[in-house]
Design a protein around this ligand. Structure first.
Ligand code: ZN
Length: 452
């Protein structure tokens, strides 16, 4: 059983609530958009519907897991920083009189209404981070969810469907190398056996880490009954690109998560002396690799896709040696499958042509692939109707819990403008007005879906 199975809102917290004084103290020096990762300024959202509770929550959460030197967040799954985030979530749930529970996979839930009634509307995101991550990726969705509920109460809206707020565990996969572990387990997209095999950099297994954090790892597994009680899941997230900045909109709706894959290119040449080998006699795989990187950029640009060689290894990796082997990993994503196929095929063709010129052998292996995730059209259209005409609908190249769950239940996403597009970095940012616009849009959506 999970360590915190209670749905009894009146039950006292068994985890310490974050110390508000700590939040306020640390926030005092971070009033503006700064290297500290964009802590909203004093007065953030005050006096505007949905904003006043946002600021207080943001301040409490801001110091948890933030590195003093980099100002980035290190809220990795099942660590003390993660436990502090979870205690914060529980305190938010209980202070609002919501029914609090932790599911068998360690995901947290805060319920308004009876979870057993079915057809629930669920919103939320995640509180964990990548190494030295930003303040907004994940927490913006969770904080906005609580603020949107506050806004619904301020409006006097009455729920006709159960409403829940979630914090999905280990979304970023920073510790065990696999993203969306909490939602994957719940949706049955990660087997218990595979989850048990996950290890962190210190060799600690996922079950060991969960146990040390006070959770029962024997409980993990698919949770179809829970999913069957959910009618819609809506995740608000900071945009991880600049589409909204370019279109001049504060909030948008997701159409789909782009298909994406990873390919390993092995360029095999011949090691030789960098000083004595004539240029014409060389079989230098670095040249082939370099041409392939340029081809990737060219082909992605032509197709409106993205392609990145972000990881490379070289043998023997000596300054005065022509390499015998260069390995490069290609990450490529596009709006649809056929565009992605076209781009990767063209990159491979360019690599092979150049390899022949260079006397290099090339092998290409697809190491992973995730097909396109189309968010449910009916839910998307309903949300677009609630938010009014003209709201932009955009695709994204990043994965999310909503993408995982979309295989099981109707899901949708709202994006909040990120003016620089920077994400997974302390420089990640969303402006205060845009965050409030996100809260109000989410409140409108929840009211439209759950309060009729
Ligand atoms: Zn995220």
């Amino acid at each position: 059983m999970p360590a915190e199975p209670s749905t009894d809102a009146a039950r006292p917290a068994d985890a310490p609530a974050p110390n508000p004084a700590r939040g306020a103290g640390n926030c005092a020096s971070n009033h503006a958009r700064s290297a500290a990762g964009a802590i909203p300024p004093e007065g953030f959202g005050e006096g505007r519907g949905g904003g006043s509770s946002f600021q207080e929550m943001w301040r409490e959460l801001a110091p948890i897991g933030r590195d003093a030197d980099t100002h980035g967040y290190r809220r990795h799954a099942w660590t003390p920083a993660d436990a502090d985030c979870r205690a914060w979530f529980r305190a938010q749930a209980e202070s609002r009189g919501l029914g609090y529970e932790v599911d068998r996979n360690g995901n947290q839930w805060a319920w308004a209404g009876d979870p057993e009634a079915g057809d629930a509307v669920v919103t939320g995101s995640h509180l964990d981070s990548v190494p030295d991550g930003g303040a907004f990726d994940g927490p913006l969705g969770v904080v906005s969810s609580f603020a949107a509920l506050d806004e619904l109460r301020r409006r006097g809206a009455e729920l006709t469907r159960p409403l829940a707020i979630t914090n999905f565990g280990d979304e970023e996969g920073a510790r065990f190398g696999l993203a969306c572990v909490g939602s994957r387990l719940t949706a049955g997209q990660l087997t218990v056996e595979a989850a048990h095999r996950l290890r962190d950099a210190d060799g600690v297994s996922l079950p060991q880490a969960m146990e040390r954090a006070g959770y029962d790892p024997d409980a993990i597994g698919p949770d179809p009954e829970r999913l069957a009680r959910i009618g819609a899941f809506v995740e608000l997230h900071v945009e991880q690109g600049r589409a909204l900045d370019l279109s001049g909109d504060a909030v948008g709706i997701a159409s789909a998560i782009w298909p994406h894959g990873r390919w390993r290119f092995d360029f095999a040449g011949e090691a030789n002396h960098a000083g004595t080998t004539r240029l014409v006699d060389r079989r230098d795989p670095m040249l082939t690799y370099a041409e392939t990187v340029l081809a990737a950029r060219r082909e992605a640009e032509l197709a409106g896709a993205v392609a990145t060689f972000g990881k490379i290894s070289c043998e023997p990796n000596g300054v005065n040696a022509i390499p015998s082997m260069v390995r490069g990993w290609l990450d490529s994503r596009a709006a649809d499958q056929s565009t992605l196929d076209t781009v990767v095929t063209a990159i491979e063709r360019a690599a092979r042509e150049r390899a022949e010129r260079d006397g290099v052998d090339l092998s290409v292996v697809r190491e992973s692939f995730t097909p396109v995730v189309e968010f449910e059209h009916a839910l998307r259209d309903e949300i677009a109707k609630i938010l009014g005409g003209g709201i932009p609908v955009l695709g994204t190249g990043a994965g999310h819990d909503a993408g995982i769950l979309s295989g099981s239940i109707p899901t949708a996403m709202l994006f909040v403008r990120n003016p620089t597009g920077v994400s997974h970095s302390p420089a990640e940012f969303a402006g205060e007005d845009d965050c409030v616009a996100g809260v109000l849009a989410l409140a409108d959506v929840l009211e439209g879906l759950a309060c009729r």
